[in-house]
Design a protein around this ligand. Structure first.
Ligand code: KG4
Ligand code: ZN
Length: 351
C-alpha cells in the first residue's frame, strides 16, 4: 500500500495531494484562473511565480488534512512533462528537494498519464486494451492503452486543442476565461441546432480525411463569422444559442471520431478524461452513443477532470508499485509525447 505525495504545476493550477492505494487521503488546489483571466489566457511568467508562492501552503494543507508527514510517505511525485517550462520546474525542484531531504524516491510524472489515471480515482478500470479520449486545454488525443505505460496515439488535433477552442470562442463571445465552464453555463438554455457549424476535418495527402484526427481552428473562425454577421445586421447576440450550437458540434465531433476509432481498432471500451471531460453535454453524448454502439464507457469523476495533484500522485503510485523510480537529477520536458513517458524512469536522467 504505497503512500505517494504528488505535486502538479504544469500550467495554471498549483496542486498537492496524498494518495494511498488508489484512494485520495488529501488534495488541495490553488487556481490562478482569476489572475490569468485579465489577459484572456495563461501568462507563463505569472504562472511560475504563483506556483512558487502557492506550493508551500498547499503542501502544509495536505499534510495537515491527512495527518501525515513527508516521512510517512513512500515516494514523492511531481509533474515534469509536458507543460510550461518555468511552471514545471517549480514542481520538479520542490518534489526533488523534498525527496532528497527525506530520503524518499522521486517519481517524475507525465501530465497526460496523470489524466489517464484520473478515471481510476473513481473506480479501477478493467485491464486494457481500451481507447482514451483525452481532451484538455493543451491536448486533444485518442490514445490506445494496452497496459500500464503502453500507449499508442491514434488521433490528435492538428491545430487548437478542444479546451483551447472553448477558451478562444468564449473570448470572442465576450465570456470569461476559462471558456469551458462559461460556455457550458451560457449554453444551458440555448438551442444547439440553431446555428449549423463545421466539424473540422483533416485532409490526407493522398485524398480523403484522417478518420481519427481533429481540427478546431476552422470552427473558431466559423463562430467569429457568425458573430460578425449578426453584429453587422445590428442584431443582439443570441449568446445561449451560439454557445449551445458550438458546444454541440464539439461534443458530436469528439464522440463520433472516438466511436469510429474504437470500431476501427476493435476496442470495446471508451474512456473520457481531461478538463473538457467536465462538459455535461459531452459526457451525456458519449454515454448515449457508446451505449447505442454496445461500447463500455467510463468518464473521469467530475472533481478530477481538470488539473489536480491526486491524479499525479496516483500515476506516481502506479509506477512505484511497478518498481519504477526516476533519477533524482531528472529535469523537465515541456514537449515529451505520452508514448515516451517510460523515459522518465530511466536510471540515467535523459534530460
Ligand atoms: O485538464 P485541464 O485542467 O488543463 C490542461 O491540462 O490543459 O483543462 C483545462 C481546459 C480549459 O481549456 C477549460 O476551458 C476546459 O478544460 N474546461 C471545460 C470545462 N471545464 C473546463 N471545457 C468544456 N466544458 C467544461 N465544463
Ligand atoms: Zn491537464
Amino acid at each position: 500500500m504505497p503512500t505517494v505525495l504528488g505535486l502538479e504545476t504544469s500550467c495554471d493550477e498549483s496542486a498537492a495531494a496524498i494518495v494511498r492505494d488508489g484512494r485520495v487521503l488529501a488534495s488541495a488546489i490553488a487556481s490562478q484562473v482569476e489572475e490569468h483571466a485579465r489577459w484572456g489566457g495563461v501568462v507563463p511568467e505569472i504562472a511560475s511565480r504563483r506556483h512558487v508562492e502557492a506550493l508551500p501552503q498547499l503542501l502544509a494543507r495536505v499534510l495537515a488534512d491527512s495527518g501525515l508527514s513527508v516521512a510517512d510517505c513512500d515516494a514523492v511525485a511531481a509533474t515534469v512533462a509536458p507543460g510550461l517550462v518555468g511552471a514545471l520546474l517549480v514542481g520538479s525542484v520542490t518534489g526533488r528537494t523534498l525527496a532528497r531531504l527525506h530520503g524518499k524516491p522521486f517519481l517524475g510524472v507525465h501530465h497526460l498519464e496523470g489524466h489517464l489515471c484520473s478515471v481510476e480515482l473513481g473506480e479501477p478500470l478493467p485491464p486494457g486494451p481500451y481507447l482514451v479520449l483525452l481532451v484538455s486545454g493543451g491536448h486533444t488525443e485518442l490514445v490506445r492503452v494496452d497496459g500500464p505505460g503502453l500507449y499508442r496515439r491514434l488521433g490528435r488535433s492538428h491545430d487548437d486543442a478542444a479546451g483551447e477552442c472553448f477558451d478562444k470562442v468564449a473570448r470572442l463571445l465576450g465570456l470569461a476565461y476559462p471558456g469551458g465552464p462559461a460556455i457550458q453555463a451560457a449554453a444551458a438554455a440555448g438551442d444547439p441546432r440553431r446555428f449549423p457549424l463545421p466539424k473540422g476535418r483533416v485532409s490526407r495527402p493522398g485524398g480523403g480525411y484522417h478518420p481519427h484526427d481533429f481540427s478546431f481552428s476552422g470552427l473558431k473562425t466559423a463562430v467569429l463569422r457568425r458573430v460578425q454577421a449578426l453584429q453587422e445586421a445590428g442584431e443582439p447576440l443570441p449568446l445561449a444559442d451560439l454557445a449551445a450550437s458550438f458546444e454541440q458540434v464539439v461534443a458530436e465531433v469528439l464522440v463520433e471520431r472516438s466511436c469510429r476509432c474504437a470500431a476501427d481498432e476493435g476496442l470495446d471500451t471508451l474512456v473520457l478524461v481531461g478538463g473538457v471531460a467536465a462538459n455535461r453535454r459531452l459526457r451525456a453524448l458519449l454515454e448515449q452513443q457508446a451505449t447505442a454502439r454496445n461500447l463500455s464507457w467510463r468518464v473521469a469523476p467530475l472533481a478530477w477532470c481538470t488539473d489536480n495533484a491526486a491524479m499525479i500522485a496516483l500515476a506516481g503510485e502506479r509506477r512505484f508499485a511497478a518498481g519504477r523510480v526516476s533519477a533524482i537529477g531528472l529535469g523537465v520536458a515541456p514537449r515529451l509525447p505520452l508514448e515516451q513517458a517510460d523515459r522518465l524512469y530511466e536510471t540515467q536522467a535523459c534530460f
